[in-house]
Ligand binder design. Structure first.
Ligand code: URQ
Ligand code: ZN
Ligand code: ZN
Ligand code: ZN
Length: 512
């Protein structure tokens, strides 16, 4: 509980920017240790016990709690206009909900509208987000068409606007999709700029064919969504993206890996030495595709996103195990939320259901519940997959993603034993539906500190509209480009034997 601030003489009273978090266990990706944390001017200034601190410092008693780096959600879509609707969580309410769940930085996606240039779209997102965000944010940029200007605009975004990651869609044919020759060019440009290539990996041509066939056969309900893109359609694209990236020696980040076979394709590529990192979603860890058979249309449609949730009920645990053994590295939310009336745009045709689900508020609790509380994952790995790895890949580390002297004071005091029931009735998101409705989760963010400011105080939200800042992500993240450099030195083929050994080890681990 918070120790009441004792009255101190005015000349000793500091502004609200001094904080001491006492008696907790600090958890970083590389270990857990007992230490108090002293924060001043938005930065972590000291770690240790029996710290000498100035008067006027607020003290938070973290006894029995973990002190962790604030969560980083590298995959959100606030107020995204797509498929005829605008996602209802905007940059204010979306980041407020993020804070409620322990996430203190998000990375959203600039997705250009029809005929909008990349720079134009980027400026639009900055104008919209800067004044609304309650926590710090960065931006990936989606390249949804390849033309003469694209290369130059990507260079400008990297060199002048703090963008170091670009998303390419292998699905959404005739809307966002790039084909292989364009992907090769795009990955080469990313490599030349020191950027990270990101893919939405599904085979858009097969989906196009299957969708036509299903609709012609009268399958129009949400169940048709997953039927049009079964998991091999995802796994094929993951494998293809890994090979293209490897052939042009470009670092690759695969977003929203939603199935066991796609995760296998990615971890196999890693075992071969391909420089690829994989992200899965809270949605894929917390629920599954049996929901598409739900008799309530709204409920089934409420779970429609791409790639879809998988009908194999063992998928969530398989993906969690991949995170545990470093077959996958990151968890995101892909928060892209639509209310019932918006989802109903696809009432008679599943391919018109706006794609997207919630997750930004519940991501960390779902990972804690299904990973740590379930006994599969330790707290340090939890920090790695909910914060540190994303910071390293997108070049925000050690400013973000670690409790260390000199890092931003983005901190979560996490109560591992506190429980809550997830519900749309009580969540802080704007959307009228929650895919985790009714789920009891252990692990609650009791205090969330953003740049030294207490924005969740004993579970009460005190988010501040516009308090967050835009984070420039610089090119050539060492964590990624050192791996690329190392891989380029390897004579071709030698990695095979190591790869087999590594994969065998991983499979043994997964079976324990
Ligand atoms: C359009 C965006 C959100 N929607 C989704 N994942 O279904 C994405 O594909 O990541
Ligand atoms: Zn996507
Ligand atoms: Zn219902
Ligand atoms: Zn997305």
């Amino acid at each position: 509980m918070t120790t009441p601030v004792k009255k101190v003489p005015i000349h000793l009273q500091s502004s609200q920017n001094r904080l001491l978090i006492k008696n907790g266990k600090v958890v970083n990706e590389d270990g857990i240790f007992d230490a108090d944390v002293f924060v001043e001017d938005g930065v972590i200034k000291e770690l240790g016990r029996n710290l000498i601190i100035p008067g006027g410092t607020r003290t938070i008693d973290a006894r029995g709690r973990y002190i962790m780096p604030g969560g980083i959600d590298p995959h959100t879509h606030f107020e995204l206009q797509m498929m005829g609707a605008r996602s209802v969580d905007d940059f204010y309410q979306g980041t407020k909900a993020a804070l409620a769940g322990g996430t203190t930085s998000v990375i959203d996606f600039v997705i250009p509208q029809q005929d909008e240039g990349l720079l134009e779209a980027y400026e639009r997102y900055r104008m919209t987000a800067d004044e609304k965000v309650c926590c710090d944010y960065a931006l990936h940029v989606a390249v949804t068409k390849w033309d003469a200007k694209t290369r130059e605009e990507m260079a400008t975004l990297v060199q002048e606007h703090g963008v170091n990651s670009f998303k390419f869609f292998m699905a959404y044919r005739d809307v966002f999709m790039l084909r292989d020759p364009e992907l090769i060019e795009a990955f080469k440009v990313c490599k030349s700029l020191g950027a990270v290539a990101m893919v939405h990996a599904e085979n858009g041509d097969i989906i196009y064919e299957n969708t036509k066939k299903l609709l012609a056969a009268g399958v129009t309900g949400p169940e048709g969504h997953e039927m049009s893109r079964p998991e091999e359609v995802e796994a094929e694209a993951v494998n293809r993206a890994c090979i293209i990236a490897n052939q042009v020696s470009c670092p690759l980040y695969v977003v929203h890996v939603m199935s066991r076979s796609a995760a296998d394709a990615l971890s196999d590529a890693r075992a071969r030495g391909v420089c690829v990192w994989g992200e899965t979603l809270a949605a894929a860890l917390g629920t599954d595709g049996t929901t598409y058979q739900h008799k309530c249309w709204r409920h089934a449609a409420g779970h429609v996103l791409s790639p879809p949730l998988r009908p194999d009920p063992d998928t969530p645990e398989a993906l969690m195990k991949k995170l545990v053994v470093d077959g996958l590295q990151v968890t995101g939310s892909d928060n892209c939320t639509f209310n019932a009336d918006q989802k109903a745009l696809g009432k008679d045709d599943f391919s018109k259901i706006p794609n997207g689900v919630n997750g930004v508020e519940d991501r960390m609790s779902v990972v804690w519940e299904k990973g740590v509380h379930a006994g599969l994952m330790d707290p340090s790995r939890f920090v790695a997959v909910t914060s540190t790895n994303a910071a390293r890949i997108f070049n925000l580390y050690p400013r973000k993603g670690v409790v260390a002297v000199g890092s931003d004071a983005d901190i979560v005091v996490w109560d591992p034993s506190r429980k809550r029931i997830i519900s749309a009735e009580t969540h802080h998101q704007a959307v009228d539906f929650n895919i985790f409705e009714g789920m009891e989760v252990h692990g609650v963010a009791e205090y969330v500190i953003v740049g030294g400011r207490v924005c969740v105080d004993e579970c009460q939200i005190k988010a501040v509209h516009g308090f967050g800042k835009y984070l420039e992500t610089l090119p050539y993240p060492a964590y990624v480009y050192d791996a690329v450099e190392e891989h380029e030195k390897q004579p071709r083929g030698v990695a095979r034997s190591e790869a087999d050994a590594k994969r065998q080890h991983e499979e043994d681990l997964a079976l324990t």
